[in-house]
Ligand binder design. Structure first.
Ligand SMILES: *[C@@H]1O[C@H](CO)[C@@H](O)[C@H](O)[C@H]1NC(C)=O
Ligand SMILES: *[C@@H]1O[C@H](CO)[C@@H](O)[C@H](O)[C@H]1NC(C)=O
Ligand SMILES: *[C@@H]1O[C@H](CO)[C@@H](O)[C@H](O)[C@H]1NC(C)=O
Ligand SMILES: *[C@@H]1O[C@H](CO)[C@@H](O)[C@H](O)[C@H]1NC(C)=O
Ligand SMILES: *[C@@H]1O[C@H](CO)[C@@H](O)[C@H](O)[C@H]1NC(C)=O
Length: 362
């Protein structure tokens, strides 16, 4: 066919870009992440569809006087024991069960101890395996949201926490900050000083970090292949943020109803180190669906100084002190952070020692 060497060279040169274009589609992903099985996918789909049709967003209004029993749903995502269960027991101690619900998604491949007493007893939901930096973490979070939406129409805020998270304030403070305080969110005070001055609460917004200028954003965008996210998500629409957020009921529904973005974000990545779909799916989806309904910051403090291998700084027992708690609360966007991570399991004792006198005293 290529009798003319010039033609041969030319056609080889011309096919080179094609190889680059197609390679990511042809070569199997190097990534260790296991694709989500069709069975798991169908299970989830039926749960989400059920939850979407049986739960309205009606409790997400500003009528706290009319509906005084709005609840916070605490969604615990874990793949190990709930090390800080005694601290959370103390956090909820004395809080009316009319004001909160707890749901735990524990990776079934790990023998997570299910507390026989305390607030976590009987709160474990049907769970599936999760893998770090993989779409299984998105599925687990959506499972928690769907279960909580279905379980109680009074669930109005949905706070995702992990086993490494601790509360930085009393339940009372957390509840008041989310539902009552007109000034807790400093960014809304700035955007609407008139309402703030009158002590009027703007409509509830989701506390979810949404960033568009992270250094590794482009690498993360193309982690599944150069053109894979198109046309659903252009690079300009791609966002990053913490997977630990507090969503309104309206946004929880948006998340479990989504099919379009999920089809893209569930695809495996080609590189482990630039994947983390759970840090992109939620901020991207909500920034496309309702940017003004989101504060664009999270209420969970994390220390990324000296990050190793995608893990944030982890506090050790010797560092736990009243000063640390006060420092972790400091925020430029709200009156205070409400939660913090990460802490090693053996921080429990020092945290318990200052729980009543510092953490829950406010
Ligand atoms: C809020 O409460 C008032 C008075 O009870 C009621 O008239 C109004 O319909 C309520 N609004 C919403 C959105 O539920
Ligand atoms: C969990 O416990 C069961 C029964 O005790 C045991 O068979 C299984 O190997 C354990 N799994 C892990 C991951 O430790
Ligand atoms: C409360 O909600 C109603 C209906 O959703 C809205 O018309 C009203 O402006 C809201 N009030 C405030 C203070 O945001
Ligand atoms: C964050 O972690 C660094 C160590 O990487 C530490 O020096 C610093 O004090 C920590 N910041 C806070 C607020 O705890
Ligand atoms: C708040 O903003 C100041 C000035 O930009 C910055 O130095 C500080 O680190 C910020 N604090 C937090 C908790 O982000």
């Amino acid at each position: 066919m290529f009798t003319n060497p010039f033609l041969l060279t030319l056609s080889l040169l011309l096919s080179l870009p094609l190889v680059f274009f197609l390679a990511p589609r042809i070569l199997p992903p190097r990534h260790s992440s296991v694709p989500i099985s069709l069975d798991d996918e169908l299970d989830d789909l039926s749960l989400f569809t059920h939850a979407a049709s049986h739960s309205s967003s009606s409790s997400n209004n500003n009528n706290t006087s009319k509906n005084p029993k709005l609840k916070v749903a605490f969604l615990f995502l874990t793949n190990s024991d709930l090390h800080f269960a005694p601290l959370w027991d103390l956090f909820f101690d004395g809080a009316s069960t009319n004001l909160y619900n707890i749901y735990v998604h524990a990776d079934p491949s790990v023998n997570v101890t299910r507390p026989a007493s305390g607030v976590f007893r009987g709160r474990f939901i049907p769970a599936k395996r999760t893998f770090r930096a993989s779409p299984t973490l998105i599925s687990a979070t959506r499972r928690l949201l769907a279960t909580a939406l279905l379980d109680d129409p009074a669930n109005a805020y949905f706070a995702v926490v992990s086993q490494y998270c601790i509360p930085l304030h009393s339940f009372r403070y957390v509840y008041r900050s989310l539902f009552v305080s007109p000034s807790f969110d400093l960014t809304s005070r700035e955007s609407n000083p008139e309402l703030a001055r009158l002590g009027v609460r703007e409509k509830y917004r989701s506390f979810i970090e949404i960033l568009s200028d992270a250094p590794s954003l482009w690498k993360r965008y193309i982690a599944r292949g150069r053109f894979v996210m198109m046309p659903e998500v252009s690079f300009e629409q791609f966002r990053v943020g913490s997977q630990f957020f507090t969503l309104t009921r309206r946004h929880a529904l948006v998340v479990i109803k989504d099919r379009t973005l999920w089809r893209k974000f569930k695809l495996p990545c080609y590189r482990d180190d630039e994947c983390y779909p759970e840090e992109h799916y939620f901020p991207t989806l909500l920034s496309m669906a309702d940017p003004d309904g989101c504060t664009k910051y999270t209420l969970t403090r994390v220390n990324w100084t000296g990050t190793v291998n995608g893990h944030p700084y982890t506090y050790r027992p010797a560092e736990v002190s009243p000063e640390l708690v006060h420092r972790l609360r400091e925020s430029n966007q709200s009156d205070s952070y409400l939660f913090a991570r990460k802490f090693t399991p053996d921080c429990l004792q020092p945290l318990m020692r200052i729980a009543k006198s510092v953490i829950f005293k406010d």
